[in-house]
Design a protein. Structure first.
Ligand SMILES: NC(=O)c1ccc[n+]([C@@H]2O[C@H](COP(=O)([O-])OP(=O)(O)OC[C@H]3O[C@@H](n4cnc5c(N)ncnc54)[C@H](OP(=O)(O)O)[C@@H]3O)[C@@H](O)[C@H]2O)c1
Length: 273
């Protein structure tokens, strides 16, 4: 297969995580054009001969950067309109666009990039920074044959889950896009509760954080679902049962989480409007 020409628009946190993964992927034969206005943090990427970094599209065009097979859109949603206006000869009719921006729909992009532009929409999350993200991927009909390449590009930052209905993206954002923050809050809340229960702060923090990472790893490793893992550590009349009586009350964690996820989904819909 010929070398794939990939342009990455925006090389911040997510863009850098993806680029690191792409450069480490021995099965990916690609050349990269990176468009990033403040590239001081990208010294590590300049060392790779298949990477060319430009401060904007004009600089890339002036330097003769080639037409892209795929342009990955990794700028903040509020920058997107301005950022995608200047591709010029960096794209042609066959160029596909892979967006990871929250709330930016394929129809919004097609209005600006052309009705026939192949567009793929993905929603990653922050554990992508250590290759442990989960990314939902939606391919519109015009981009169906690019799903394998998009999956390869996104797999470098974690697992990829295909979705066949773009309308699910708001709920995906509310569960996995924003989800790491819920778990970070859980670590904070357990630490605070440990201090209230009499533990020194440093010890409470260490115990809470190790418990959450350990329990996460156990979910990943175990065959049983989380509900069974929970039951396995809950003896009748014991300490865990006492805590779960509180957490599983009608106004407990499930109803709180439901309200939180609904709020995030509603906000995602608003941002995409
Ligand atoms: N971080 C997450 O957890 C997460 C999760 C899911 C989805 N996403 C999506 O991923 C995208 C990137 O997020 P991020 O966290 O990586 O943001 P980020 O760190 O701010 O990265 C965006 C980068 O794009 C650069 N940029 C701004 N305008 C540009 C332009 N016109 N052309 C090229 N590059 C430009 C920014 O430079 P300056 O900093 O100089 O402006 C910045 O380096 C967002 O759309 C976000 O919705 C992020």
């Amino acid at each position: 297969m010929a070398t794939v020409q990939i342009t990455l628009l925006g090389c911040g946190k997510m863009g850098s995580a993806m680029l690191k993964g792409w450069l480490a992927d021995r099965d990916l034969d690609a050349q990269f054009t990176i468009i990033e206005p403040y590239a001081d943090h990208l010294g590590w990427a300049r060392a790779h001969k298949q990477v060319a970094i430009y401060k904007d599209c004009n600089a890339a065009i002036t330097a003769g950067a080639p037409v892209s097979a795929v342009i990955v859109l990794a700028v903040k949603p509020q920058m997107m309109d301005e950022a995608i206006a200047a591709f010029g000869p960096l794209r042609d009719d066959n160029t596909a666009f892979l967006t990871i921006a929250a709330g930016i729909s394929t129809s919004w992009l097609k209005t600006r990039l052309g009705a026939h532009a192949p567009v793929l929409r993905a929603m990653p999350n922050t554990p992508a920074a250590i290759g442990k993200g989960v990314t939902a991927l939606y391919c519109d009909a015009a981009a169906a044959d690019l799903a394998a390449l998009a999956t390869q590009l996104l797999r470098t930052i974690g697992i990829v889950v295909p979705i066949d209905d773009e309308a699910l993206m708001d709920a995906v954002t509310a569960v996995s896009g924003s989800g790491p923050a819920y778990v970070f809050l859980m670590a904070e809340a357990m630490t605070e509760a440990g201090v209230s229960a009499g533990l020194p702060a440093a010890l409470a923090k260490q115990l809470a954080e190790a418990t959450i990472t350990g329990a996460g790893a156990l979910i990943e490793a175990a065959v049983e679902p989380p509900s069974i893992l929970r039951e396995n550590v809950t003896s009748k009349g014991g300490t865990t049962a006492a805590a779960l009586m509180v957490l599983m009350a009608d106004d407990g964690l499930s109803s709180l989480m439901e309200r939180a996820v609904q709020a995030a989904k509603k906000r995602s819909v608003e941002l995409g409007a």
